[in-house]
Design a protein around this ligand. Structure first.
Ligand code: HEM
Length: 336
């Protein structure tokens, strides 16, 4: 009896649904107007006094698709690429530890970089780091910085980041050109030697592989920095100076090129920065002072060492005291 009663109530509800709220029944008078406006995108001439491309477009439909693509694909993929490369470097560190000089320091230093080479390197590197940090703030900041600094705090950070990013971009172009001119000569590929280096994984997991002034890994970084750097610079200039008739579609395309090429450059730079600092003993000092230890040159650039070994000079007493002798050296290589 009870069941029949419940069933009849349900049947009555199914047959006679409640009327929708009045607000849904009335048609929005603006709907047709805005549909018209969206559809005539770019067709109307002479409506605006402003003559720049797209000035007469009231609703930029493709802008919405670009915004969705940026928030739903570009930002998560960029974040994932950064995380993946950091994890790979951490695994490499766990497997290989810090790579020490095979026979400790020799007490002989050899000139490897001139003052102008170091100046070009550090100018480019500092600009690169500032541009990367400000660029990542603009790309990923909403997701990662708003929870920490709040919306208003992030807004101030983003304004400062954009200012630095916009003005330092063109300076980076000059610095990278300077670096390219000073370093290109020794980064010309030597196909046989470089292929061997790659096939043997750069000797990172086994026997040392012969290399001249720069090994194939360094050359690869040089060319990635130069070619992908050029893409970042050209696209950056298009975005920085939107006064040459660029349409919204052009700006969206170059925005995409700029973000993707910058992320490629940033993740590859993690490898270079790790190798130049924490990975290999006595490497950072080479770009810092311009001099390398003779044993460092033997370990990492044997063919170059053979050419320059006679130019070596003894390290001063103070520098020698700062560097422990082979017997006192503490390896951070993992056991096993
Ligand atoms: C910001 C952190 C960076 C650090 C700590 C760093 C460190 C180093 C070190 C220690 C070397 C010497 C390696 C050797 O003598 O074999 C080196 C070389 C070099 N670095 Fe960097 N670097 C940094 C950023 C950059 C950036 C951003 C670029 C370019 C955009 C760059 C381009 C180069 C080039 C071209 C060389 C010479 C090797 C070659 O030509 O292949 N570096 N770096």
């Amino acid at each position: 009896m009870m069941v029949c009663l419940v069933m009849s109530v349900f049947q009555a509800q199914a047959a006679d649904p409640p009327p929708p709220p009045a607000s849904l029944l009335s048609i929005n008078p603006g709907t047709d107007l805005w549909r018209e406006v969206r559809q005539r995108d770019g067709e109307i001439e002479g409506i605006s006094q402003v003559k720049s491309p797209g000035a007469n477009v009231l609703v930029n439909v493709s802008g919405q698709s670009w915004r969705e693509y940026r928030m739903q694909e570009l930002v998560p993929k960029a974040g994932a690429a950064i995380m993946i490369v950091l994890i790979i470097i951490a695994i490499f560190r766990l497997l290989r530890g810090r790579i020490m000089l095979e026979n400790g320091r020799s007490g002989i230093k050899i000139l490897r970089f001139s003052t102008s080479q170091r100046a070009a390197h550090w100018t480019t590197a500092i600009l690169f780091v500032v541009l990367s940090l400000t660029g990542l703030t603009l790309l990923l900041g909403r997701k990662f910085l708003i929870p920490v600094f709040g919306a208003e705090g992030f807004s101030n950070i983003a304004v400062a980041a954009k200012f630095l990013h916009d003005y330092l971009g063109p300076v980076f172009m000059l610095a990278l050109t300077w670096l390219f001119i000073l370093f290109v000569r020794d980064n010309i590929p030597s196909p046989k030697l470089d292929l061997q280096w790659f096939l043997k994984g750069g000797g990172l997991f086994g026997k040392h592989v012969s290399s001249d002034r720069y090994n194939a890994g360094e050359k690869l970084w040089f060319w990635v920095a130069s070619i992908v750097g050029l893409a970042v610079i050209i696209s950056g200039l298009v975005l920085d100076f939107p006064i040459f008739g660029q349409t919204r579609a052009t700006m969206e395309f170059y925005h995409w090129v700029h973000s993707v090429s910058a992320i490629i450059l940033i993740v590859v730079s993690f490898g270079h920065i790790y190798m130049g600092t924490a990975a290999l003993e006595a490497t950072f000092e080479v770009m810092k002072t311009g001099y390398c230890d003779a044993n460092w040159a033997k370990d990492h650039h044997d063919l170059w060492y053979e050419k320059v070994k006679d130019t070596g000079e003894p390290v001063s007493q103070t520098q020698a005291q700062a560097s422990p002798a082979p017997g006192q050296r503490q390896s951070t290589e993992p056991s096993g």
